[in-house]
Design a protein around this ligand. Structure first.
Ligand SMILES: *Cc1c(COP(=O)(O)O)cnc(C)c1O
Length: 222
């Protein structure tokens, strides 16, 4: 077993059933992804359009890529054919554009809405209020080529795990409110993506169904 395969096995052994693992492979070479793939990992996270497209072409056909970075509008067309999911939808305009481009590509794209719960202003995403307002105004429904599968959130970059837990709780509450109120417990609205290398055990305790782990699997990024 390679180091990457050992790291992967160690994380999988700790992840509860029902929590999906996205192996965040951004900035790592395709050989690193291939090692994880050979150990059974199929879902990978990438944050740059060009890098995603290149890796998509190189990896086996049953590899599933999640886009997790900030998606610029002019990159949507390139990204849509290569992704199983876009986790970082941070505006209604982007949601509409993905729907259009997915229609053009003759496919349907799964997305998560990114909700901003961290204290850092730099992090992107809808505020909880914006999300609820958009939902109430019908802005989150009626798409033919995107399926809204849940929410994605990032906690503040801090050692204070109480604060991190509170932020995850906030995202979890928003998720449950939308699930009941707008998506009426529709089975496809089922994913709450939160938790990274430094905080995923906290995220899992606070409602996460999908963790995005990079460094703990692949090591430090260049
Ligand atoms: C890079 C990244 C991750 C992985 O972070 P690690 O700390 O390396 O596990 C997860 N989510 C998003 C959105 C990222 O950009």
């Amino acid at each position: 077993m390679t180091q990457i395969q050992k790291n992967l096995a160690a994380i999988k052994a700790q992840l509860p059933d029902g929590v999906e693992l996205v192996a965040v492979s951004k900035f790592h070479p395709v050989e690193a992804l291939q090692q994880a793939y050979d150990a059974g990992q199929r879902v990978f996270g990438e944050s740059r359009a060009q890098e995603l497209v290149v890796k998509f072409r190189q990896m086996p056909a049953d590899t599933c890529f999640h886009f997790v970075g900030h998606l610029q509008r002019n990159k949507v067309r390139a990204v849509v054919p290569c992704v199983g999911m876009i986790e970082s939808v941070d505006s209604v305009a982007l949601l509409r554009l993905i729907d259009q481009e997915a229609a053009r590509a003759g496919r349907s794209v799964d997305v998560l809405l990114e909700v901003h719960v961290a204290t850092e202003a730099a992090k992107t995403g809808f505020s909880v209020d914006e999300l609820m307002r958009n939902a109430a105004a019908g802005e989150l429904s009626g798409f033919d080529n995107v399926r809204i599968c849940g929410l994605m959130a990032m906690a503040s970059f801090t050692d204070n795990m109480d604060q991190v837990a509170q932020e995850f709780d906030k995202a979890h509450e928003a998720f449950l409110r939308l699930k009941k109120g707008i998506f009426h417990d529709h089975p496809e609205f089922c994913s709450l993506s939160m938790g990274m290398t430094d905080d995923w055990p906290v995220a899992v305790k606070h409602g996460s169904t999908m963790v995005r782990i990079g460094t703990a699997i692949f090591g430090m990024r260049q």
